[in-house]
Ligand binder design. Structure first.
Ligand SMILES: *Cc1c(COP(=O)(O)O)cnc(C)c1O
Length: 388
């Protein structure tokens, strides 16, 4: 299903518009209540643990009108059927729990740290067999994917911004009979469409760009096959990692402006990345939108821009890089990403990330909505912390 031709669910008059809608429009029109005189424009917050018997929803773990509205909208943007969870990591956990005991899972060695930690625990427990590959490519998957039930691909990765060629990995995964899940958190549905490239599941930490305001935790998986969405709803019901009514409302409210937020943030990120690349205090910039990016052709084929995340390494020591983060006045020094406000973090300050091989001076920056020149001014003055 092409997300660009998806009609908005719920709104009858919108749904009958014959022309294909752009994602910018879908983000605004989808997941609305039916258009009727006196009806609210937005799906209301429904704090319900139970519902009157005899309807589609019986108990709070079955579902909630607010989750459904959010799921409609994300599903329309990704081109599949969405299932929301309490967080991004709860979404990943639900997918891993759907792999039968003893099943083989192939993953990159350095995706989001919480994901690989969870997989390693399943491996140590003997519930899953996890095969970690240095780089996930059609070639490495040819061998590592033999007998696999699930391939977990994150692209671009957090925080190294490494890319996976979704289309070619999907073909090999299919050949092995394995399900391909793509963590699309960094790219967002606006910049990358994993299901259109052959993935079976697109996964998001909606805590990040989709929610977009650093005020909630939420996750969502979008399935190409409705049967998988049904399995994940069952898993959500049994595991109980259900979204909050307020979180789903806020995330959908955030999603309305995702296209314009991404447009601004991505444009600023592209400019900042190219300025950082020629800054004397910076030794390396990782940004998919840079003309010098090693996977430039892949970026062109599978992404609609470079996204709003930049990782750069400074000259000097880890302490010097830490001082850069502390010196920022405008840009927030904090973990997480995808908010309206720009933020940055030296990732190796987390011992576990240092052990995973994240360079000592790597600073991961989430570019927000402030004026690009103000962001540059702040970065430039903060980079004076690096000894010349
Ligand atoms: C944050 C993040 C997650 C985990 O999501 P939570 O909402 O924090 O549970 C998963 N994948 C990526 C790429 C992330 O950045």
């Amino acid at each position: 299903m092409d997300p660009h031709t998806q009609a908005a669910p719920g709104g009858e008059r919108v749904a009958s518009v014959p022309m294909a809608l752009h994602p910018d429009t879908v983000a605004v029109t989808s997941g609305r209540p039916r258009r009727a005189a006196g009806a609210p424009l937005n799906a209301p917050i429904v704090p319900a643990s139970t519902y009157h018997a005899g309807g589609e929803l019986a108990y709070g773990r079955d579902g909630n009108p607010g989750w459904q509205a959010f799921e409609h909208a994300v599903g329309a943007l990704e081109g599949g059927e969405a299932v929301a969870f309490a967080s991004g990591i709860a979404t990943a956990a639900a997918i891993f729990d759907e792999v039968p005991a003893g099943g083989v899972v192939v993953a990159q060695r350095t995706p989001y740290y919480g994901v690989i930690t969870l997989l390693r625990e399943h491996h140590a427990n003997g519930r899953l067999v996890v095969r970690e590959v240095e780089a996930l490519t059609a070639e490495t998957l040819q061998t590592a994917g033999a007998g696999a039930a699930l391939v977990w691909a994150e692209t671009p990765t957090n925080p190294m911004l490494e890319l996976v060629d979704i289309e070619s990995v999907a073909a090999v995964a299919r050949g092995h009979g394995a399900l391909l899940a793509v963590d699309n958190t960094f790219a967002t549905p606006l910049v990358q469409s994993p299901l259109q490239l052959g993935a079976d599941l697109a996964v998001h930490s909606a805590t990040k760009f989709i929610g977009g305001h650093s005020d909630l935790l939420l996750g969502v998986a979008v399935a190409a096959d409705p049967a998988w969405a049904e399995r994940l709803r069952g898993r959500r019901y049994r595991n109980g990692a259900t979204p909050g009514a307020l979180e789903a409302f806020l995330a959908l409210r955030g999603l309305r402006s995702l296209p314009v937020r991404m447009e601004r943030a991505q444009a600023s990120a592209a400019e900042l990345a190219s300025r950082l690349a020629s800054h004397p205090a910076v030794s390396r910039v990782r940004y998919p939108g840079l003309a010098t990016h090693p996977d430039r052709d892949l970026v062109r084929r599978q992404m609609r821009g470079g996204g709003a995340m930049i990782s750069f390494e400074t000259r000097g020591s880890g302490a010097d890089a830490e001082a850069v983060c502390e010196r920022c006045e405008l840009i927030v020094s904090a973990t997480s990403l995808g908010g309206a406000e720009s933020s940055l973090e030296r990732r190796a300050r987390h011992g576990a990330e240092r052990e995973a091989g994240t360079p000592e001076t790597l600073i991961r920056m989430s570019v927000g909505l402030e004026h690009g020149e103000d962001l540059w001014g702040d970065l430039d003055q903060a980079l004076r912390a690096i000894p010349r």
